[in-house]
Design a protein around this ligand. Structure first.
Ligand code: ARG
Length: 464
């Protein structure tokens, strides 16, 4: 790079050091903002025309040149190569000036790269949020499909990864649906704060040209303009917040992945992943490994790291813009790339699962998962819960000694522990009765699942 390539030639006499130039540059990665930055420049050119800075003729020349850059970038694979631009903004301005001359040299009037980068970054991120949201929605649909395909299947529910109480498999699917529903709410909330336009803030103090910021914002689809120029050029809350929303999505995906890794193990055998989404071992011929699930689990850490790196970068920065903030790009770019592929992979995985209903039913039928149900029946017969808990604990201990499940004990054996136990209670301990008893709102009974599924489908339809 030579002094003449730079945006600040006048003040400098010396040539930049090559290592400094390489260190300072961000074009290698921020070229991803090219379309967003050109779009913002087009809207800004119109703003300058309305402010009387550009004539209609000059505005036309600038906008034509900018549109031409968009076309060339789309058509020429090597358009961005061999440039020694410092960043995407100087790249675009240099090309614009080469094409439009003095009209191009006027575009930066009242504008700074500080408000420019914040604007382009937000514009770019808004599109990415919409695309991530669409991917989350597809995953929600896949979970609904999986639930419906296996609507009658039951499984053990776990706490501490110990069998706890029986649930419907669809209940498990819908648990993840709920997490993703909250994730989409968070994305939508984040989008509201992302979609505010900093342009017009200048370097930090605002601009003395009469730019109608609202009109520029409207042209770019922003919901509003920033209220304080000092804040606007130094605010990267939206980036940290977005990384936070993505961290929670990744945390959810990692839990989904972990459940499925466990359930697809030989020890559980609840689900089988199709060959299309499994890997083999280079050494052990018999192996079929859930690599994709493990990657989903592993990549969560990477996104969490980006959130932490953004917060650490911003911590203690004095107002307003500081070059530290250029570090926001790679963290967010990698967050976007990682979450995109993870969501698509998760959707594919969910569509490639076979559920082994018999295995799950067997597992749900053994291990005293109906003990709480028995205690509940004692309570319904007037026994205080704490007493019922103790009594059933003793029955379980007795049953373990006899190597029997609760429903395999005779009524006489049961009655030794509590006189209120009768045949009706014994019958109510079956797997299906235990599940259908959980008919409270949010519970696992088939009735409630059917309702929850209907609500879930409406949600997906209305939130497209
Ligand atoms: N490449 C810079 C960034 O990403 C653009 C803003 C530069 N502004 C400045 N005053 N050096 O943050």
């Amino acid at each position: 790079m030579t002094k003449s390539d730079k945006l600040w030639g006048g003040r400098f006499t010396g040539e930049p050091d090559a290592t400094f130039a390489e260190f300072n540059a961000s074009f290698r990665f921020d070229r991803r903002l090219f379309v967003a930055d050109v779009s913002a420049s087009i809207a800004y050119a119109n703003g300058l025309r309305r402010a009387g800075v550009l004539t209609a003729h000059e505005t036309r020349a600038v906008i034509d040149a900018l549109n031409n850059l968009l076309e060339r970038a789309a058509a020429e694979p090597r358009f961005f190569d061999r440039s020694n631009a410092e960043d995407v903004h100087s790249f675009i301005e240099a090309k614009l000036i080469a094409a439009a001359g003095d009209a191009g040299r006027k575009l930066h009037t009242g504008r700074s790269r500080n408000d420019q980068v914040a604007t382009a970054f937000r514009l770019w991120l808004r599109y990415e949020i919409d695309s991530i949201d669409a991917h989350v929605r597809e995953l929600q649909s896949a979970l609904i499909d999986l639930a419906e395909l296996n609507i009658d299947m039951v499984m053990p529910g776990y706490t501490h990864l110990q069998r706890a109480q029986p649930i419907m498999f669809a209940h498990w699917c819908l648990a993840y649906f709920e997490m993703l529903r909250r994730d989409r709410e968070r994305l939508a909330e984040t989008r509201r704060r992302v979609n505010i336009m900093p342009l017009g803030s200048g370097a930090l103090a605002g601009t003395s040209f009469n730019i109608d910021r609202d009109a520029v914002a409207k042209e770019l689809g922003f919901d509003g303009v920033s209220a304080n120029s000092l804040d606007a050029v130094s605010d990267r809350d939206f980036a940290a917040e977005f990384a936070g929303a993505c961290s929670l999505i990744m945390m959810h995906l990692s839990r989904l992945a972990e459940d499925l890794i466990i359930y697809s193990s030989n020890e559980f055998g609840f689900v089988t992943l199709s060959d299309a989404v499994s890997s083999g071992s280079s050494l052990m011929p018999q192996k079929k490994n859930p690599d994709a699930l493990e990657l989903l689990r592993g990549k969560a850490g990477r996104v969490f790291g980006h959130q932490v790196s953004l917060l650490a970068m911003l911590k203690g920065l004095p107002l307003a813009y500081n070059k530290d903030m250029q570090e926001d790009k790679e963290a967010i770019f990698d967050t976007v790339d990682t979450i995109g592929i993870c969501l698509r992979a998760a959707t594919t995985l969910i569509a490639n699962i076979t559920v082994n209903g018999e295995k799950m039913r067997d597992a749900a039928s053994t291990g005293y998962l109906n003990a709480t149900e028995l205690a509940d029946h004692l309570v319904k017969n007037g026994i205080p819960f704490r007493t019922a808990h103790e009594t059933v604990g003793k029955i379980v201990l007795y049953a373990i000694g006899k190597n029997k499940e609760l429903h395999e004990l005779t009524i006489e054996e049961m009655r030794k522990f509590s006189a209120v136990i009768d045949q009706e209670i014994l019958n109510a301990l079956s797997l299906d009765t235990t599940i259908s008893a959980k008919c409270v709102v949010g519970g696992t009974s088939s009735e409630r699942i059917a309702e929850a599924l209907a609500v879930a489908k409406i949600y997906v339809k209305n939130n497209g």
